[in-house]
Design a binder for this molecule. Sequence first.
Ligand code: GRF
Length: 195
Amino acid sequence: MTRVAILISGGGSNMVRLCESMAVDHPARPVLVLSDRPDAGGLDKARALGVSAQAVDRKAFSDRAGFEAKLMHALEAVSADVVCLAGFMRILSPAFADHWAGRMLNIHPSLLPKYPGLGTHARALEAGDLEAGCTVHLVTSVLDDGPILGQARVPVLDEDTPATLAERVLGMEHKLYPAVLRRFVQGDAAPLYLP
Ligand code: GRF
């Protein structure tokens, strides 16, 4: 049984979908949810699903190295095999990414390689894109880079604002991430394209 840890910073809706999917006929199980923010709404949602959850408060550390050492310790304490970043809003060091190379996934709300970084939906609207979407990829030392494991597309509508587009994309994130994780754990790294 593959042991999956999930890193979050906020509401954790992707984390919830990952945990729910692992609850049914799945080769992996969630062993820990970690947040860099003690006030992340996702922590209580994880606990309500019976998954242990803890905050590693970034603000309690004077530098990234100390913060990452604590994260690493927590992940090793539960013998995590795979780490899923799900709305985790911290940039991890190359050393951290290298340690988890091939075993750490991220979901990003754009059709990478378009729009790495923040503000993806506003940037897609400004560019006049006709479609948007989300990408699950393996994490490397380069931000929002790394081999693509899956992508899902949604149309951009004339009346879209960044908020309405984000909501439509998030709906696809909830489908894509669990589907990709299942395939990944089964050893299938061929990219999945939805719909
Ligand atoms: C998602 O859109 C994710 O792609 C982005 O932050 C959002 C997190 O949402 N990086 P949630 O915490 O999973 O609800």
